[in-house]
Design a protein. Structure first.
Length: 134
């Protein structure tokens, strides 16, 4: 993605294209689905020669999520993941290396969901299948 395309993407999602946002968006939105943590993205930022604090990376990831550019995946160990694939899908979690792998939504059929508590509705179901070395 060119710098111009990155700037357009940010503006289309209501985000001002700051230097930090452009730098992170260019790493994240390269056309390939990715799963990152703030810490793993910090390593990529550092390797590319960009200087950004971990706090800036966290803030930007949350801004991208609020703008609909990323999906936040919580509840996997103590790690929060950010997914560039915002479509409905599931994941394998390889626990030997803490690596997420996409599973197409059509690959899993979910039936017999429990009745929701009063006043609540289900707005989505995502399955995480944990893998270990065999």
């Amino acid at each position: 993605m060119t710098a111009s395309q990155t700037t357009d993407l940010l503006r289309q999602h209501g985000l001002r294209p700051t230097r930090q946002r452009i730098a992170l968006a260019s790493l994240l939105f390269d056309g390939h689905p990715r799963h990152v943590t703030a810490e793993s993205l910090k390593e990529q930022v550092k390797a590319s020669g960009i200087k950004l604090s971990l706090a800036t990376i966290y803030n930007t990831l949350h801004q991208f999520t609020a703008a609909g550019l990323l999906k936040e995946i919580k509840g996997i160990s103590d790690v929060t993941w950010f997914d560039t694939n915002i479509n409905s899908h599931h994941h394998f979690l390889d626990t030997s290396n803490n690596h997420l792998i996409d599973i197409p939504a059509s690959s899993i059929t979910i039936t017999n969901l429990p009745k929701t508590p009063a006043g609540k509705v289900i707005n989505g179901v995502e399955v995480i299948v944990r893998l270990t070395d065999g």
